[in-house]
Design a binder for this molecule. Structure first.
Ligand code: HPA
Length: 238
């Protein structure tokens, strides 16, 4: 099974869609399973349907466990990000290659002590190399320009960052800033699923240029998400 996180709204083929509710140890998750030309692909709305959970309150463990329980092995996600790298401008698409974690209050792991031995997952390639390469190759065929690889700084939110924080993140090697990739990527690794996130630059980070406007973020996402999701599907159907 293959899954796309955040790509909902692209395929409005209601007759081909099955709504599935998966009960996990961490909570219930509702997903859409869409049959696209004979193959089932799972679509998960990261924030829940109707964009209900703010980034710091998303039930990441339930989301990822639900995918695992449905037999998912490969996951592509899209993520809105601000840019603090002059080479990546609003509207650009980047492949997330690594992360720096500045979250503060989220359940980060499936390993919570007790009888189960802890597994210290390797983070030398947090985002699946294979899926990243496939996305580069397939995008070329469809004329979607990818600006490059990016280091994702994950902040706690839901507030945006201060200008001083952005100066710090930039000096630490961050390229883009968002609020959702951690712990999603970590939990996928703990469950042994290949996971890759494609970043859509929706705004300049605080203090780089102008103010952050929510409608700009939504506009940039809507413009890019459909093309990117179609590329995910092409790759999954190869
Ligand atoms: N900061 C944090 N998260 C974001 C941003 C940002 O500038 N843009 C979109 N998600």
């Amino acid at each position: 099974m293959k899954a796309i996180i955040g790509g909902t709204g692209v395929y409005d083929t209601s007759h081909n869609t099955t709504i599935k509710r998966v009960k996990t140890k961490y909570g219930q998750v509702e997903l859409d399973i869409i049959n696209i030309e004979g193959e089932d692909i799972i679509f998960l709305a990261r924030h829940g349907k109707g964009h209900s959970a703010p980034p710091h309150l998303i039930n990441y463990r339930a989301n990822m466990m639900a995918l695992k329980e449905l037999g998912v092995k490969y996951i592509y996600g899209t993520a809105a990000v601000g840019s603090c790298n002059e080479n990546y401008i609003p509207g650009d698409v980047v492949v997330i290659k690594d992360f720096i974690d500045f979250t503060k209050s989220r359940p980060m792991t499936f390993f919570e002590g007790g009888n189960e031995p802890v597994k210290h997952v390797d983070m030398s390639d947090p985002y699946c190399k294979n899926l990243r390469e496939k996305f580069y190759n397939e995008s070329k065929k469809y004329g979607l320009e990818i600006k490059g690889d990016a280091v994702y700084v994950c902040t706690e939110g839901p507030r945006f960052e201060t200008a001083a924080e952005i100066r710090m993140y930039k000096s630490l090697g961050g390229d883009v800033v968002g609020m959702t990739s951690v712990p999603e990527v970590v939990l996928a690794k703990e469950l042994g699923m290949c996971y890759s996130t494609i970043g859509i630059i929706t705004n300049w980070c605080t203090g780089i240029s102008g103010e952050i406007e929510l409608h700009d973020i939504q506009g940039a996402m809507n413009r890019n998400k459909e093309r990117i999701t179609k590329i995910f599907i092409k790759i999954f159907k190869e």
